[in-house]
Design a protein around this ligand. Structure first.
Ligand SMILES: [Zn+2]
Length: 332
């Protein structure tokens, strides 16, 4: 992955490319922005450009470090993460890289230390890091990736070049989705509403395996809800609860399934579906649910989403939505 392959974040790309071109690379960076905005990908692009023996800003792709970068095995790019099962990065995690920091790079000019979730560093860990930030060896470049710069000590922040990642425009979101998904067929407005400027969400929505699986599970739940019964309602509530961490993709898929149900009920096979792999199930269910009820559900999904956006408790809004959907589609 190079700067040229990345969609959006033009200012960040220019700033980092220029620093490589002019040889004025900072020794510590703070990449700040929400989860899914592309900080990690950008940091890796920057690291790969810096380690190329030909000096970037676009890596040559054929020198030894470039070849190792392709498989993520370049010893000059080092990640620091919370150990498995731990929610914080401790002082021992920072100390474990001190030796790496004090030895020169194996190949090129630089050695890059990437801190994933820098905001998870304990105060002690940040203090240990400060010692390095004060007098780093000239080949060391540190990138602190953070979604909450408020959790970092002022002394750490003041020694880093801060780069804030901006939300993506709707055009960039659509472009990222189509590049990953391979073509249109989706409702642009709805995609942008649920992605909300976060490219990671658009990419998740474009992940067809995950999308298809979710679509099938929604259809199963809807089939059961239509036939009625408390168990069906519980299943739907469980599905909505399970996807709480990925509520954007859940609501996007819910919308898309009901959009297909509505159009299939009204226009039959004249209208191409968004969820092609589940076309059979959709056609069958659409005959039972009908156009008006499907459109009614779309309205309710939109209302629930707006409530969640206004910080109404997710579980509450999701449970209420499951009940409302059942009210509409159940014909006992
Ligand atoms: Zn190279």
């Amino acid at each position: 992955m190079t700067f040229r392959d990345l969609i959006g974040q033009q200012q960040v790309k220019e700033l980092l490319s220029d620093s490589i071109r002019t040889g004025r690379v900072g020794q510590a960076y703070l990449f700040n922005g929400p989860e899914g905005i592309g900080r990690r990908t950008m940091a890796l692009c920057f690291a790969e450009a810096l380690t190329c023996e030909h000096g970037g800003p676009l890596p040559c792709g054929s020198c030894r470090p470039c070849i190792l970068n392709r498989s993520g095995t370049n010893p000059d790019i080092i990640w620091i993460r919370a150990k498995e099962g731990r929610s914080t990065v401790g002082v021992e995690d920072v100390r474990s890289v001190q030796e790496e920091i004090s030895t020169a790079p194996r190949f090129g000019k630089y050695k890059i230390i990437l801190f994933e979730h820098a905001e998870k560093m304990t105060v002690q860990a940040q203090n240990a890091l400060l010692k390095t930030l004060e007098e780093p060896p000239p080949y060391i470049i540190m990138i602190l990736i953070s979604s909450n710069s408020g959790a970092l000590l002022d002394t750490v922040k003041s020694r880093s070049v801060r780069i804030d990642f901006k939300r993506y425009t709707d055009e960039e979101i659509v472009c990222a989705f189509e590049r990953a998904h391979g073509g249109g067929g989706t409702d642009r407005h709805i995609l942008c509403e649920y992605a909300d400027g976060i490219i990671g969400r658009a990419l998740l929505m474009a992940d067809s395996a995950q999308y298809e699986n979710l679509c099938r599970r929604i259809l199963e739940c809807l089939g059961a809800l239509r036939d009625g019964g408390g168990a069906a309602l519980c299943d739907m509530e469980e599905l909505l609860a399970e996807y709480a961490p990925q509520k954007e993709i859940l609501f996007f898929t819910l919308y898309s399934v009901f959009r297909d149900l509505a159009l299939s009920a009204r226009y039959g096979e004249e209208i191409p579906l968004q969820n092609v792999p589940a076309a059979g199930e959709i056609r069958k269910l659409s005959e039972k649910i009908g156009y008006h009820d499907a459109m009614d559900c779309i309205g309710r999904i939109g209302s629930a989403w707006r409530l969640i956006g206004q910080n109404v408790n997710y579980r509450l809004a999701a449970d209420a939505l499951a009940i409302r959907i059942q009210e509409v589609i159940h014909h006992g």
